[in-house]
Ligand binder design. Structure first.
Ligand SMILES: Cc1cc2nc3c(=O)[nH]c(=O)nc-3n(C[C@H](O)[C@H](O)[C@H](O)COP(=O)(O)OP(=O)(O)OC[C@H]3O[C@@H](n4cnc5c(N)ncnc54)[C@H](O)[C@@H]3O)c2cc1C
Length: 499
């Protein structure tokens, strides 16, 4: 009912019900705190539920069982090797905290019911560290939610935090809008933990930090609007590394029309046990169809396709950009932001075997033209001639033919798009996968103000609490979501109470 205000009391208030918020809530409740978690969407999960599900970790039982002798120092150094030219912008205090807690956090997740396979290698990591969740990232949300409810966490979905409540110089709770427009004032004795995800879908924040051209590119999670970052800034916090866009914009194939089997599998223990055995003992040729269904789902096509000659056209059949530069910035300006990658027989035959893959799910698999032909009939279109291909994808035949002719030749004189049969892959769209700007935090995930002083009562976790930490390489964002959530919970519950 709009107009009414409900009052509630708790110890810890968690804003956001993705991976970091749920980890915070479970850990705080395990430490004996009363916890309320608010989630603005109808369902828990956030970007965490859309993820592939890998977590990078060292000193785990799975590493030991596979004979991998890792160390915290090597893990710490390898993270720096991923950072490349941005390495000087990293937060080394948070990197050290992260590395120290990844192993125990994987064990904690396993203790709640979550199953992994791997670890898989990903250079420049010198040891395999990528632990992949089974059967999909929904398992994190399922098991964390279950643990939270068992521990008495109050979960309020369709409830959005809109403003922080400050009392006596301290963040003492949040005003939230619940279903039906109800206003809730949720006060907390211990603190508020902001765990509300990144700003990949906030046009304003993208314009401010990434620039006008990137602000036009959609975020993969349409509800990642940077709410938690705004709340933190209003309370005196500041953003770090918000100008880095390390995970997009990039072009990706649109998602399959139906969720894949692997995405629909329930995270029940007998199933994950069978999957663990199959992944360990089944021959690759039997596993490949299953893995390929996933590896061709909505991944990024390699730019090498264009270096070899493939062209990119819009729904008018026209080339609109230099495909080898930054086509993802021009694609959003086309009708519906949609394009098709068009290639001829020579290019198709090039991308049929290692090392010429069409896409990769890092640490899981590489997909080639044949995999797309078999698994993605919705985006793989083939025809003997360009006019036939144009009819299949619904673009004007004369313009597509003109685009192929205008594409010219490669530096060695080979025509780019000349010999049939022709293939169109698409549609493709541009996306920002995620943003890396987080609130400045100290090693206890306390939000810091302009003078590097903690804002009393305010903590941040996951993307909100990224604090300038660089999470390049796969499996570090979810890893950070869980590690930082647990650390924020510990700090919120154990920090000395205000006098
Ligand atoms: C396609 C894809 C694949 C990925 N795969 C991987 C992977 O395999 N490994 C990896 O490490 N990382 C991966 N990532 C990144 C990773 O998923 C995210 O960085 C991580 O899940 C962020 O967790 P979070 O808890 O900070 O945010 P989220 O999971 O987004 O949770 C934030 C929650 O807060 C809620 N919220 C927002 N505003 C409010 C408000 N005002 N009030 C209440 N609730 C609010 C949101 O609705 C959301 O549920 C992937 C990302 C994408 C897009």
């Amino acid at each position: 009912m709009s107009g009414t205000i409900q009052e509630r009391d708790t110890d810890v208030l968690v804003v956001g019900g993705g991976g970091s918020g749920l980890a915070t809530a479970v850990q705080a409740a395990q430490l004996g705190a009363r916890v309320v978690l608010v989630e603005k969407n109808d369902e828990l999960g956030g970007t965490s539920a859309r993820a592939v599900g890998s977590v990078s970790a060292s000193l785990t039982d799975l590493q030991r069982r596979n004979g991998i002798r890792d160390s915290l120092d090597e893990h710490f150094e390898d993270m720096g090797a991923f950072a490349g030219e941005n390495v000087h912008r990293d937060n080394l205090v948070l990197r050290r905290r992260y590395v120290e807690h990844t192993g125990e956090t994987v064990h904690w997740l396993q203790s709640l019911g979550i199953a992994f396979f791997g670890p898989m290698p990903e250079p420049p990591n010198r040891h395999p560290r990528m632990h992949n969740v089974l059967p999909n990232a929904g398992a994190y949300i399922h098991w964390l939610r279950r643990a939270a409810l068992k521990l008495g966490v109050e979960i309020l979905t369709s409830t959005s935090a809109t403003r922080l409540i400050r009392e006596d110089g301290r963040v003492a709770g949040a005003e939230c809008t619940g279903p039906d427009g109800t206003t809730l004032h949720i006060r907390c004795t211990r603190g508020v933990v902001l765990a509300a995800g990144d700003f990949s879908s906030s046009v304003e924040l993208k314009r401010e930090h990434l620039g006008e051209d990137k602000s036009r590119v959609e975020g993969i999670n349409p509800t990642s609007n940077g709410d938690g970052l705004r709340l933190g800034i209003e309370a005196g916090g500041r953003l770090l590394n918000a100008d880095l866009s390390l995970w997009g914009p990039e072009m990706r194939f649109v998602a399959p029309p139906k969720k894949l089997l692997v995405q629909r599998l329930p995270p029940v223990k007998p199933l994950t046990a069978i999957m663990q055995l199959a992944l360990r003992f089944m021959p690759d040729r039997l596993l490949r169809p299953f893995i390929m269904a996933f590896a061709t789902s909505y991944l990024a096509p390699t730019q090498d396709l264009h270096h070899e000659g493939a062209i990119l056209v819009n729904q008018e059949g026209e080339r609109f950009t230099d495909e080898t530069k930054q086509p993802w910035l021009d694609l959003p300006l086309q009708r519906d932001g949609v394009g098709y990658i068009v290639l001829d027989r020579r290019v198709a035959e090039t991308f049929t075997a290692w090392p010429r893959f069409v896409s990769t799910a890092p640490g899981v698999a590489y997909a080639y033209m044949d995999d797309y032909r078999r698994n993605r009939k919705d985006i793989y279109h083939e025809a003997a001639t360009l006019p036939e291909l144009a009819a299949k994808i619904g673009v004007p035949a004369d313009r597509l033919a003109a685009s192929a002719a205008d594409a010219g030749v490669l530096p060695d004189g080979t025509p780019r798009c000349a010999r049939g049969p022709f293939v169109a892959l698409g549609s493709v769209k541009s996306w920002i996968v995620m943003t890396d700007g987080g609130l400045a935090v100290d090693e206890h995930l306390r939000v810091l103000d302009e003078a590097d002083v903690p804002v009393p009562g305010l903590y941040a976790a996951g993307s909100n609490g990224q604090g300038g930490l660089l999470l390049e390489g796969h499996g570090n964002h979810l890893g950070w979501a869980f590690v930082s959530g647990r650390l924020a919970a510990r700090a919120a519950v154990t920090d000395p109470r205000p006098a």
